[in-house]
Ligand binder design. Structure first.
Ligand SMILES: [Ca+2]
Ligand SMILES: [Ca+2]
Ligand SMILES: [Ca+2]
Length: 140
């Protein structure tokens, strides 16, 4: 696994945004979640879940939006050689209380397919640091 243990807050998955400002201060950090499915540490699920709650605001929140980065798949060479091929799939589900709120996806990178029902899938290899082809803007 590259980039050390996750979850972490770092600048590894932030599209093509700069990692440091002109003074060398870290900027554009993101929550980095990564699993290595071949080692079996997550059993046969090959997945992980992230729940984000907005509690204590006295009601529902609005204008929630965030970017997802690096939704992609293994590169062609890895797939040809059957070298641990993989494909990212992300499902986004929003709730207002117990009512499902559908998320909207905008600015999909060219390596991201919207499969409907909140599911996004990687269709090509995106560089973790240098491009925006695995990016999606998620919002209400
Ligand atoms: Ca970066
Ligand atoms: Ca990825
Ligand atoms: Ca990548």
């Amino acid at each position: 696994m590259s980039g050390g243990l996750t979850p972490a807050i770092d600048q590894i998955l932030n599209g093509s945004q700069p990692d440091f400002d002109a003074l060398g201060n870290p900027i554009n950090r993101s929550l980095h979640l990564q699993i290595d499915t071949k080692d079996g540490q997550y059993g046969n699920n090959n997945s992980l879940g992230l729940n984000v709650g907005f509690n204590g605001y006295g009601g529902a929140v609005q204008n929630v939006g965030f970017s997802l980065y690096d939704i992609d798949r293994s590169d062609k060479l890895a797939r040809l050689n059957n070298f641990s091929p993989w494909q990212d799939r992300v499902k986004v589900v929003g709730y207002k209380g117990t009512t499902v709120v559908n998320a909207l996806f905008s600015n999909l990178g060219q390596n991201v397919a919207n499969l409907g029902n909140g599911v996004l899938q990687g269709t090509g290899s995106s560089d973790n640091e240098k491009d925006d082809t695995g990016n999606v803007w998620v919002h209400q």
